[in-house]
Ligand binder design. Structure first.
Ligand SMILES: C[S@@+](CC[C@H](N)C(=O)[O-])C[C@H]1O[C@@H](n2cnc3c(N)ncnc32)[C@H](O)[C@@H]1O
Length: 390
């Protein structure tokens, strides 16, 4: 296996970040460093305090505002782990944590590596029935992790079948796989699908909604390839409607219903804008027992937050209007810039604008294979609020 050079380039901090780096903060912005370093992407660096004491090791990104992603920190006298051992150990530990909880015969699609929260900054790896789909956050990570395919294969060993490793940003050709998620089958398009195939972060929430769906009608807004609706239909929902603006996603949803031998007569599939769909449904006086809203991020950057709040509020007003009295509204946000309290406020005010009341039951997050660590709150992005609308 090609090995990463073990001669780290020294990098001096300009700002006093020693404490937060020791506490696990994985990102060091360029403006926190003394100027002048000109290193190649992926170079191993040793971050030193302003007075030159070694503090952490990480890798360099030549262009990103995040100049260094920290791999390991340690106080005076700390012996840093060699990089091959460190990466191999962390890939294996991340896999152990997943395999401890998952029965591969029942669920063979999961996030194996969740970047910073698995102490492997800058890399995500999703597993789909024998294929790993990798995403690098920038050229530094891509260069640093280099021979990742060999490393993943070594970590998988005999515990996990692995026949392909695909780079999400360099996908081509066709790779469609059938996966199983909590006993439900899905076709995933690894070459062209959004987020590398399935939105794995919602896996536990799909199951949670399915557990409430028996005999009920369900509206699956921003439904992608049918996930929430198909789980609900398997759990004997009376009727489902799935809405997504992407026609290929709706076509994939139809195939997923068929794959699970579900009756398409009670599965509405609508390739249209969710806001338009809701406006029309309100005009027709249509309502559902359970409404799930899982839009794409409305705030990719901080300065988009005010507009995102408005969009959420409008969406929640419309969604509450089509929720049957006593029904359930399940509202998701994957915008890390919109905090939990802010997001809940958009539900409260949207529901009130619809002339209805909202009683929050619980706010869930991403599935366990998308862990969150205190030192990296940016990773705590998914909110899934479940509550009754009266
Ligand atoms: C976060 S994903 C939903 C994942 C899905 N709930 C699941 O469990 O697989 C967001 C989806 O919203 C769709 N979308 C984006 N804008 C939309 C719009 N204006 N109306 C309807 N769907 C939209 C995207 O095509 C994407 O499939």
């Amino acid at each position: 296996m090609t090995s990463v050079t073990e001669n780290p380039a020294p990098i001096l901090l300009r700002k006093d970040l020693a404490r937060s780096i020791r506490q696990g903060q994985p990102w060091i912005y360029r403006d926190a460093l003394q100027p002048g370093d000109d290193l190649p992407d992926g170079a191993l660096v040793e971050v030193r305090t302003r007075d030159g004491r070694p503090l952490a090791r990480g890798f360099w990104d030549a262009r990103s505002p995040i100049a260094v992603r920290v791999l390991e920190s340690g106080g005076p006298g700390h012996r840093f782990t060699d990089i091959e051992t460190l990466i191999a150990g962390r890939l294996a530990a991340a896999l152990d944590r997943r395999l401890d909880r998952l029965d591969l015969a029942n669920t063979n699609a999961f996030r194996w590596v969740h970047g910073e929260a698995d102490l492997l900054p800058g890399i995500h790896a999703d597993y789909y029935a024998g294929a790993a789909v990798i995403r690098f956050d920038g050229a530094g990570a891509r260069a640093f992790y280099g021979p990742i395919e060999e490393r993943l294969r070594a970590a998988a060993g005999s515990r996990l079948p692995l026949d392909a490793v695909l780079d999400r940003d360099q996908r081509g050709g066709a790779d469609e796989r059938e996966v199983i998620e909590d006993g439900v089958r899905f076709l995933v398009d690894l070459a062209h699908g959004q987020k590398g195939g399935l939105f794995l972060d919602q896996r536990e929430n799909r199951l949670l909604v399915a557990g409430r769906a028996r005999g009920k009608s369900l509206l699956n807004l921003f439904g992608y390839t049918g996930g929430f609706a198909i789980h609900a239909a398997v759990a004997c929902a009376r009727r489902t409607d799935t809405v997504d603006i992407a026609a290929p996603a709706i076509e994939a949803a139809r195939r997923n219903f068929e794959l699970n031998n579900l009756d398409l007569a009670s599965a509405g599939l609508h390739a249209t804008d969710a806001f338009d769909f809701l406006t029309q449904a309100i005009k027709r006086g249509e309502q559902w027992d359970i409404v799930v809203s899982d839009p794409p991020s409305f705030a990719a950057k901080c300065d988009a937050v005010p507009a995102a709040r408005q969009a959420y509020q409008r969406l929640h007003r419309l969604a509450a209007s089509v929720t049957r009295p006593g029904g359930l509204l399940c509202a998701a946000s994957c915008s890390s810039h919109v905090g939990r309290a802010d997001f809940l406020a958009t539900i409260e005010s949207g529901v009130r604008q619809a002339g209805r009341n909202w009683q929050l039951e619980a706010v869930y997050g991403a599935a366990f294979d998308h862990p969150v660590i205190a030192a990296f709150p940016q990773g705590d992005y998914l909110k899934f609020a479940v509550g009754a609308v009266s």
